[in-house]
Design a protein around this ligand. Structure first.
Ligand code: DUC
Ligand code: ZN
Ligand code: ZN
Ligand code: ZN
Length: 531
């Protein structure tokens, strides 16, 4: 037989084009895009009729937290990921995503000093269960040990294909000082590693949190007030300056403020290789959602706590949508950070009864995390930061941006698949619909035959007991998810297996093809460093 799988009646969308055609797949790769197939070509092939719906490259979610335990929790203040590679990747494919890039995270504990050991640990967690989606790792670096950086970064790139690292400007247990940031960025540059930056000013957050606690303002809502837009505004400005000094591309993760987006835009206009990721919560949630009513006993909302927090109001959403359409934002990821509600290692339930009992408690050495978690009092300082969303990412982008005409179908593909593939060195194996590319697809429902529905958490496949988007109306949902020619998700059913996903070795970023711009750096900040 000539093809294993044929998709007919497709409206094929790439980052640049839309065209009504058919796709032929052989051995897990795209082999042909044509007007039609004849009987001989069709014989023996599995045929999927897209019925005129959009067929896009499978979603690439470049920001997913899985298997992070209490010690390595997403911000070192406790919290344990409820999803492992099995449940997290299942949730991904049920939402049209065929590739996830997750985090392997160094900690300040001595046994986690070696980045290679950290990656081996996370890799064995992935291999233990397997994965429904293809997957890779970013490395989180929380210290500047020269020996580790010099010896291990080249091995990470060469043996593991890890070409990106995430650095923090906040969280006591993760943040680097400016000089430590420069150390890591300098070594990253030598290895063509893209630095991902969590840009929030940790000192501003600490100071504001202290002031809020003095006034007894510790309920979940005040998490947002402890992180007003200037927190991201300052940190993006500073990190841009540091990256300009080092002359290495940076990607701001989870940009959620208009101020942050404006700083990114200005840097891009200066010709700097500065990229930004944004996430669904910055378009669908506001500060108000942190105090949404849930039940008679629960009126404060730890469920919605994430960092950076959602923007203050819906008018911010409109400004952020501009960045989504005009290219300020390079990629759109979920920041799936799965904590269960009302779980000792997740989000505390209920309300804080005695706010004054929090007085005098600060994050310090020897602070008794376990004790605080057991009290489950819900002061925002102790609530793990992060919300789930790997499955709802593409449907939210469809409903909020594509169906409303805020972005084009091509831009949808660019943000959700092609740009992440290019940024993180997976292109054109991933993120493209060209002969030779992996046959990863998301096929939507034909719009005319799809009835909008209200989402409930029970419909989702993650191991989290809530969704921030409970009750929201969705105008479409992935009908088929196909991974390397294998149908994984079809008409609401999982049809793939947890052993279908493969580890992805990645190459260098393909977005800054001529970067650093040592030849023509108009700012000549510190070219002598590299001469
Ligand atoms: N950063 C993330 O990337 N995810 C969740 C929490 C955080 O601070
Ligand atoms: Zn972060
Ligand atoms: Zn609630
Ligand atoms: Zn994250």
């Amino acid at each position: 037989k000539m093809f294993d799988l044929i998709i007919i009646n497709a409206v094929v969308v790439t980052a640049s084009d839309i065209s009504a055609c058919c796709i032929g797949v052989k051995n897990g790769k795209i082999r042909a895009l044509v007007d039609s197939f004849d009987d001989e070509e069709l014989s023996g092939a599995e045929v999927i009729d897209a019925e005129g719906a959009y067929v896009m490259p499978g979603g690439i979610d470049a920001h997913v937290h899985l298997c992070q335990d209490l010690k390595t929790g997403p911000h070192g203040l406790g919290g344990e990921c409820a999803d492992n590679f099995e449940t997290g990747s299942l949730s991904a494919i049920a939402g049209g995503t065929t590739t996830i890039i997750t985090f392997a995270t160094q900690t300040r504990a001595e046994e986690d000093r070696s980045l290679l050991k950290v990656v081996e640990t996370y890799n064995s967690r992935a291999e233990e269960t397997g994965s429904y989606a293809d997957y890779g790792f970013h490395i989180i670096i929380v210290r500047n040990d020269q020996d580790i950086l010099e010896n291990e970064l080249p091995v990470l790139v060469k043996d593991w294909g890890i070409s990106s690292c995430k650095l923090f400007l906040t969280y006591e247990t993760q943040r680097l000082t400016d000089s430590q940031l420069l150390d890591v960025m300098f070594e990253a540059r030598k290895n063509a590693i893209t630095t991902m930056i969590h840009a929030e000013n940790g000192d501003m957050i600490e100071w504001l949190t202290g002031k809020l606690e003095e006034k007894g303002m510790v309920a979940p809502y005040y998490h947002a007030l402890s992180r007003p837009p200037i927190v991201e505004g300052e940190a993006t400005t500073r990190a841009i300056a540091l990256a300009q000094l080092i002359q290495n591309p940076i990607l701001f993760v989870h940009v959620g403020s208009v101020l942050g987006a404006a700083n990114v835009r200005r840097a891009q206009t200066m010709g700097l290789p500065v990229y930004a990721e944004t996430c669904p919560q910055y378009f669908h949630l506001t500060w108000n959602d942190l105090k949404r009513f849930h039940s008679p006993t629960c009126f404060e909302n730890s469920k919605m706590i994430c960092s950076p927090p959602p923007p203050p109001s819906t008018s911010d959403h409109e400004e952020l949508f501009v960045g989504l359409s005009n290219g300020t934002f390079t990629i759109y990821s979920s920041d799936h950070c799965p904590f269960r509600y009302d779980h000792p290692h997740g989000k505390p339930s209920g309300v804080l009864e005695h706010p004054e009992s929090m007085e005098g408690e600060t994050i310090s050495e020897g602070h008794d995390l376990k004790n605080l978690l057991e009290r489950k009092q819900g002061a925002f300082r102790f609530i793990p930061n992060g919300i789930p969303g790997v499955e709802t990412r593409l449907p939210l982008l469809y409903t909020g941006a594509l169906a409303t005409g805020r972005i084009s179908p091509q831009r949808f593909v660019e943000l959700s698949s092609t740009n992440p593939a290019k940024l993180y060195g997976l292109y054109p194996k991933k993120g493209a619909l060209m002969p030779g590319s992996d046959a990863d697809f998301v096929i939507w429902h034909p719009e005319k035959s799809f009835t909008p529905f209200h989402l409930h958490n029970s419909m989702l496949h993650h191991n989290v007991d809530y969704t921030p988007y409970e009750g929201m109306e969705f105008v479409n949902w992935p009908r088929y998810t196909i991974l390397r020619g294998k149908v994984m998700w079809a008409n609401g059913k999982v049809v793939g297996t947890v052993r279908d996903g493969q580890y992805l070795k990645r190459g260098p970023s393909q977005l800054s093809h001529k970067s650093p711009r040592t030849d023509k750096d108009p700012y000549r900040v510190a070219n002598w460093l590299y001469e």
